[in-house]
Design a protein around this ligand. Structure first.
Ligand code: CA
Length: 362
């Protein structure tokens, strides 16, 4: 990566929390201190994309800082279980973490907006909202209450709707369906009559294989193949209405962050921004290749959710988000910002990406 690219990493300059000009923040030798950090993650060890992206973030920070920050990465369960990453970093038991905000909805419902909202922003729009639409300020404000400094650090792009052992031809086919689907998407499924189950990635394959669950959404072709999900279900549905472009996050404990000299803060922020871009690119490239592989193997059936199912799920999603916003002033503020951005972006996306993709297929 070129040095110029690091210094101009979108949003990273603002993220470093420095009031000075870019010249004032030029990296220097710092004060000579060295830092040895632990990064806990919600991912299985070296899991393609999300897990290797966390490894890459650690490696990049170490290299870019000239070894002044060394980071040891822990997969889910190695230091703390997947769903205790937030608490571990919040309490200072680890300096940093990599995961996804919607896993922490039990701490604050607002966290979900910084990952994905059903029928909401795509990857490119999430970056627009976070970096240039006020999203990042809200993200930091919400996490500050937990002694955490958050950074966008990856995005899987639009996900797949998931793997099913039965066809979904109407809303009634969701009734009684036991499905691994976290966050708001899971709650929407519940209101549609299904039973959502939240399992960390490492437990998904077995749950599906033993029919503990009937359906599962994980990510998309690239990651789903890595888990072997194409061997335990027949129908692969799209689109991933539940996660149109989930942002992955790096969280840093406030005390650990404050202990860094300014130039190292800048380096960490810029590396997060770089990994945010790289990981997104990786998902787009490798999902394409893996989809091709699935088609060539020809063992599964790709299906699009019927429009009336999507319309109903969208209606329920909106109802749920409105309820959450009505119950919590912090969620209300984040939702307002998110909605405003979604409105204005949708108008542009219709005549840009959407129209262009359609034109390309004519
Ligand atoms: Ca997912």
């Amino acid at each position: 990566m070129k040095r110029r690219d690091i210094l101009t990493g979108a949003g990273a300059l603002a993220l470093a929390g420095c009031a000075g000009s870019q010249e004032d923040q030029a990296p220097g030798a710092g004060d000579g201190r060295r830092f040895s950090w632990r990064m806990v993650t919600t991912w299985p060890p070296n899991f393609p994309g999300v897990g290797t992206g966390a490894n890459e973030l650690a490696r990049l920070i170490e290299r870019t800082s000239g070894g002044r920050i060394r980071i040891r990465v822990y997969a889910a369960g190695e230091l703390v279980p997947a769903f205790e990453v937030f608490d571990a970093v919040s309490r200072g038991n680890a300096e940093m973490g990599h995961g996804a905000g919607y896993y922490w909805r039990g701490k604050t419902e607002a966290a979900q907006f910084f990952t994905a909202i059903p029928f909401g922003l795509t990857a490119v729009e999430m970056n627009g909202w976070l970096y240039f639409g006020g999203g990042l300020d809200l993200y930091r404000e919400v996490y500050e209450a937990f002694n955490l400094v958050p950074f966008p650090a990856g995005n899987t792009g639009v996900q797949m709707g998931g793997w099913f052992n039965r066809e979904i031809n109407s809303l009634s086919d969701l009734r009684g369906l036991r499905m691994r689907i976290p966050g708001l998407g899971g709650e929407v499924l519940q209101r549609a009559g299904g039973t959502p189950v939240n399992l960390p990635g490492g437990e998904i394959f077995t749950a599906m294989q033993t029919r503990t669950i009937d359906a599962v959404e994980w990510v998309g072709p690239y990651n789903d193949i890595a888990f072997g999900l194409h061997r335990v279900a027949r129908y692969y549905y799209y689109p991933g209405w539940q996660e149109p472009g989930p942002t992955l996050e790096c969280i840093i404990g406030k005390r650990a962050w404050d202990s860094l000299p300014e130039d190292l803060q800048q380096i960490v922020a810029t590396c997060c921004s770089a990994v945010n871009d790289q990981l997104t690119a990786e998902y787009y490239a490798r999902n394409s290749r893996s989809l091709r592989q699935l088609r060539e193997e020809g063992r599964i059936e790709l299906r699009q959710f019927p429009d009336d199912v999507l319309i109903e799920l969208k209606r329920i999603s909106k109802e749920m988000v409105d309820e959450l916003a009505g119950a919590d002033p912090v969620v209300a503020r984040v939702n307002q910002s998110y909605r405003d951005y979604l409105d204005i972006s949708s108008d542009w996306m219709r005549i840009s990406e959407q129209a262009m993709l359609r034109a390309r297929d004519l």
